[in-house]
Write a protein that binds this ligand. Structure first.
Ligand code: BGC
Length: 297
């Protein structure tokens, strides 16, 4: 992991970052000129901070309890970014000192033609996954598109966060019978076949030297597409729109918010160790081809 989204001149458009050239990101590399700027979202310091934010006083926090994503090093009680310098100290716009946990759903299916056959390009299938367009514009350009994830609320398990966020951002926050039925099918699929495709630090534009994003991304693949085809996709909450996005290894410059593109690529590669099953039509074509080959050579 390295920093590419949490360095640069601007800190989420609200203040500036101290410039950290790539070779000085690692704490181990001496950088005596380093004088990061401090930023704390003003509402965290007010008399009524948001419920999801920590106290200003970090000395009361037990960072061992937050160490499930890796040990947390502190200096004078302040947690230190495990990857390196970001050019900014304080919590920035993140509510928690140290790791700020999120959960991300990666729900995939194969792209099929009208007859249900998996569409192949250069001998490899096209994967589709549920994506959203972030209301805040994300990292700009194509990186305004993201997985429909979000922050873990107090008392929530990761799978609860993932299903809640998926509902809010990709199913329009609806609680119709149709949506409830889909959610219960998704819950079962996550339990039975869900795979943690990524768990750990995220190179997120909000990271600072003392607060950073971590996430767990769970991948569920619907082999037949029968269940996922029924998703009534609709943007809501932090999502302008929700839709099926395509991924194929031939796509150049495939980019998404934060590190999401890496997880999509990894999921695709792990699925492709298992060849997608052939349809009856493809079996017949293969038989005709092999018969023709036997006769004419
Ligand atoms: C987003 C997640 C993302 C995480 C880390 C959260 O705010 O909702 O999709 O993985 O930040 O970037």
């Amino acid at each position: 992991m390295f920093h590419s989204k949490c360095i640069g001149n601007s800190y989420v458009g609200v203040t500036s970052r101290f410039d950290v050239p790539q070779q000085f990101i690692k704490w181990a590399t001496p950088f005596p000129e380093y004088q990061p700027y401090q930023y704390n979202e003003p509402s965290f310091l007010s008399a009524t901070p948001p419920v999801w934010a920590d106290n200003v006083d970090y000395t009361t926090i037990d960072f061992n309890e937050r160490g499930i994503y890796g040990n947390i090093t502190t200096i004078n009680g302040v947690p230190i970014n495990p990857v390196g310098r970001t050019g900014i100290t304080g919590r920035g716009v993140l509510g928690k000192w140290g790791p700020n946990p999120a959960g991300d759903p990666l729900f995939t299916k194969w792209k099929r033609d009208d007859d249900g056959n998996i569409i192949m390009v250069n001998g490899k299938p096209i994967m589709m996954f549920v994506a959203i367009e972030r209301v805040d514009g994300g990292d700009g350009g194509n990186a305004r598109f993201a997985l429909p994830g979000g922050m873990v609320d107090y008392g929530e398990s990761i799978s609860m966060t993932i299903l809640r966020e998926f509902n809010e951002e990709a199913l329009g926050g609806l609680q119709t019978d149709e949506v409830k039925h889909i959610t219960s099918q998704l819950t079962q699929m996550m339990d039975k076949t869900g795979k943690i495709i990524y768990r750990g630090y995220v190179d997120d534009r909000r990271n600072t030297d003392n607060a950073w994003m971590v996430t767990t991304c769970i991948h569920v693949h619907d082999k037949t597409g029968i269940i996922f085809d029924k998703f009534p996709l609709k943007g809501g909450d932090d999502a302008k729109q929700a839709f099926w996005m395509e991924y194929h290894p031939s796509l150049e410059n495939f980019t998404l918010y934060a590190n999401h593109a890496d997880w999509v690529k990894n999921a695709y590669d792990s699925l492709n160790n298992i060849q997608p099953q052939k349809t009856w039509f493809e079996h017949i074509i293969d038989m005709v081809r092999s018969y023709a080959t036997c006769r004419f050579i």
